[in-house]
Design a protein around this ligand. Sequence first.
Ligand SMILES: NC(=O)c1ccc[n+]([C@@H]2O[C@H](COP(=O)([O-])OP(=O)(O)OC[C@H]3O[C@@H](n4cnc5c(N)ncnc54)[C@H](O)[C@@H]3O)[C@@H](O)[C@H]2O)c1
Ligand SMILES: [Zn+2]
Length: 374
Amino acid sequence: MLRPMRKVKVSLGDRSYSILVGTNLLSRLGLECRSRGLGNRCAVVTDKHVDGLYRKAATHSLESAGIEPSFITIEPGETAKNLKSVNACYDQLAAQRLERGSFIVALGGGVVGDLAGFLAATYLRGINFVQVPTTLLAHVDSSVGGKVGVNLKAGKNLVGAFHQPSIVLCDLDTLDTLSEREFRAGLAEVIKYGIIYDAALFRQLERGLDALLKREKAPLAKVVARCCAIKAEVVAQDEKEGGLRAILNFGHTIGHALEAISSYGKYLHGEAISIGQIAAARLSRRIQGLSQSDETRIENLFVRAGLPTRVVLGKRERSKLTEAMRMDKKARDGDVRFVLADRIGRVHFGLNVPTEHIHSVLDSLSESRHSRSR
Ligand SMILES: NC(=O)c1ccc[n+]([C@@H]2O[C@H](COP(=O)([O-])OP(=O)(O)OC[C@H]3O[C@@H](n4cnc5c(N)ncnc54)[C@H](O)[C@@H]3O)[C@@H](O)[C@H]2O)c1
Ligand SMILES: [Zn+2]
């Protein structure tokens, strides 16, 4: 049975906030903002797709609570996450006379959340903001933790800030309109939480994947809330990425590099980190003693989720990939650091991996997968 609403607390002293997970939450947006004393006016930042789907519901909810919304709509997709869009949004915020007592609502996926959060962190030296994530990736990852920012030509997320939202509303109903491909891409982050932190969650995913793929609300609520709780725990211990927060990057070293060399076009983020996590699992087997059976379970789950697990790279692409890994902003002095698992549910971060291991794993990823049982 579906519980009415799950609540996850992110404990960060006076910047603490709640993440609400459930259905029909968009209709509570106005009330939740009101009960937190967020002011009478807000700018809802969204993208064109989401605007078409949810503007009406958001407006109705805010207005019913006596809050006057204005809307700022950006183009959908990663290419809009830049300083040019930020500039255009600042102008609109000023034209709409948004003042210090007003707030911003980020209504959309991770692109909208990162950009709107950055606006909130910087406009008038910082105003409040609320996250209403509408993709699975944004529900379990980007809306939680306070990292906000935009891309530069030189790389992803190179300009940004830490700015925590006042509340996060994960309305599972919004996931109904998400494309199959985007939904599955979000599952790559969900699986990641099982691998890095929670063997029981991983087992639950193995058992309940089919229901999740059907987007059944009760299992979805449980899993989304658990992922948010894990991210909240990690962020509460390491808000500004001094250490532990690095575990969230499992599969991302190779994943980010794959995204970079394919000019952020070929793979969705979740697809790139799916391949990245398979690579990390194989490295873990070689270096951290991850068991064959755990490696196989990891691989099988990504396959069942319909995510890519193979990549064939030519010689030039291969050297571009290793270069991109060195350029990653998390590399230290050009030294590539990995997060590796010694078993499902437990990882270590900051590990150096000899280049020959990386190459042999990349070789192994170009081999086709023999049909293993599901
Ligand atoms: N701040 C963080 O901690 C953090 C963590 C992970 C990822 N991110 C960022 O998140 C971004 C990726 O987020 P994303 O995957 O949500 O992508 P996205 O925001 O581009 O959304 C994906 C697509 O789905 C559409 N969409 C969104 N919600 C929809 C809905 N309910 N129904 C139908 N279509 C919908 C969007 O218009 C877009 O076309 C990246 O920029 C990444 O850097 C940030
Ligand atoms: Zn990610």
